[in-house]
Each structure stands twice: as structure tokens, then as C-alpha cells.
Design a protein around this ligand. Sequence first.
Ligand code: NAD
Length: 285
Amino acid sequence: MSAQWIDGKKISGEIREEIKQEVARLKERGIRPGLAVVLVGDDPASQVYVRNKARTCEELGFYSEVHRLPAETSQAELLELVARLNGQDNVHGILVQLPLPKHIEEKAVIDAIAVEKDVDGFHPVSVGNMVIGDDALLPCTPAGVIELLKRSGLSAAGKHAVVIGRSNIVGKPVSLLLQREHATVTMCHSRTPNLPELARQADIIVAAVGVPKLVKADWVKPGAVVIDVGVNRLPDGKLCGDVDFDEVAKVAGWITPVPGGVGPMTITMLMKNTLKAALAKADQA
Ligand code: NAD
């Protein structure tokens, strides 16, 4: 038997349609969600991400502005721009594309973004609110993972989820969000000695590691749900995830492909956060 694919492109498309409808309703109230994206330097991958974000804004009817700053921009200059965007009424979300050049302290920049405009969900206050279960703008990739499960009709309640990876942007928040969905979560990382054994106990595996094809077929319980966050470039230029897809798909019940699984959800959840921030501001007025 072969696993059912969780089609991130299709699910992402459905959410984008819902966002478009909400944008149309907001338009009648004279409100247009706005996203500002800031890119410092000329990292080629970051340039692609920023272009995609601007294009998605256009597709969904958002206002967007992109600030492309030279690599030698000082931290003070960047903080000045963030402060200006914090005060701008037509901007509901601010995203500073990471990584930043080495001479700029990322934490100082993230901390400077107004919490209500923190659409990446990386500000310490956003993270704290997420931990205690208060309303927060959630980090996009982890929120996308939860949305994929929900929209595939896969409840995490009472399930054992094994998350591989403990980064601040994926592993940690996805573990917390799964726990919030009432899963029992085991968080694994590079020092976990018995990873295959733990993974085999999982009803849901989330791999967010950055090691191509780490998760093998004999790590997976038959019928388990396997969510692959990894995006790795192989020597032949092809993309692959952290899961040995062809082999694992023979054992798992559900699986996300790479590309076309978690990837398309990240920008969509960014747009959803920007919409949420715009709605929150409109409701305040
Ligand atoms: P990271 O390097 O910050 O963290 C990797 C984590 O994996 C660490 O916690 C580390 O302890 C753990 N790890 C490393 N080697 C391990 C091993 N052999 N066994 C078990 N654990 C191990 O990476 P990240 O930012 O969390 O990203 C993880 C992957 O997800 C990368 O491939 C990245 O490209 C991808 N990613 C995809 C999206 C998306 O939108 N699809 C978004 C963010 C990250």
C-alpha cells in the first residue's frame, strides 16, 4: 500500500481563495491588508523568497512594499526603517528577510518590530503568547504544518507526535502547536541517541532537520502521518526533503512531498497573518 499525499499546493490554494474573499469584504470597509518586506544584501535564495512574497501580495490584492537595502546597510539604518514601518498605517505586517548580514544583530531587529505587525511570529512576545496559548501571530511554517493536518482531516488529539529538530523557527514552535492540538509530543534533536526507535513509536512524524533523506522507511510505523519540512538541494540540483520519500511512502499512511508539501504553506500563512493583523487593526478603529 502506498501513502496518501498531503497536497500542500492544493490546500494552500484553498486558503488563498478564502483570503481573497476576506480581502474583498475588507475592501468594502476601505481597508487593504499591507505587507512590508525588507531585504538586506543580495543573497540569491532570499531574493527569490522576497520576490515570491511580493507576487503573492499582488495576487491576493494586498498592498505591498519591498525595501531592498545594500549589504553594507548599518544596523541603525535598518532599525530606523523598521521604526518607520511600525508607524505606517498602510502596513499591517513587517517581514525582515533572514538571514541578515553578519554585522547586524538579528535579535535587535526582530525585537524592534511592533508585536501587532510581527507576521513572522518571531518576536519574543509573540513566542511567549504562543507558549501560554494566548492569541498570537504564529510562525508561518509551523502554523502551515498544523493547517495541513487539519485540512486533511487528521486530528492530532491523543496522538503521539515525534518532532525531529528543535530550531526556533520550526522544531520548537511546531512541537508546541502540536501539543496545543492535544498531541503527546516527543522533541528530538542532534543529540537524541535513539532517534529511529522513537520515530517508530510516532503516529505523526514531523521532520525539520536539514539532512537529506534522514528518515528511513524502517523508522516509520505503518500508517503513520509523515510531514517533511526539510528543503535540501542535492548535488544534481534537485530538491529533496528530510524524508526518504519513495521508501517511506510505501509504509506511511499520509505523507507530504517535497516540493509541494509544507513549502507552499509558508507564504500562505504569512498572508493569513497579515490579513489577521489588518483585521485586528480594523476592529480596534
Ligand atoms: P536548523 O538547522 O535551525 O535546525 C535543525 C535542527 O535539526 C536542529 O535542532 C538540530 O538539533 C536537528 N538536527 C540536526 N541534525 C540532526 C540529526 N542528524 N538527527 C536529529 N536531529 C538533527 O534548521 P531549520 O531552520 O529548523 O530548518 C530545518 C529544515 O527545514 C531545513 O531543511 C530548512 O531548509 C527547512 N525549512 C523549510 C521551510 C519551508 O517553508 N518549507 C521553512 C523553514 C525551514
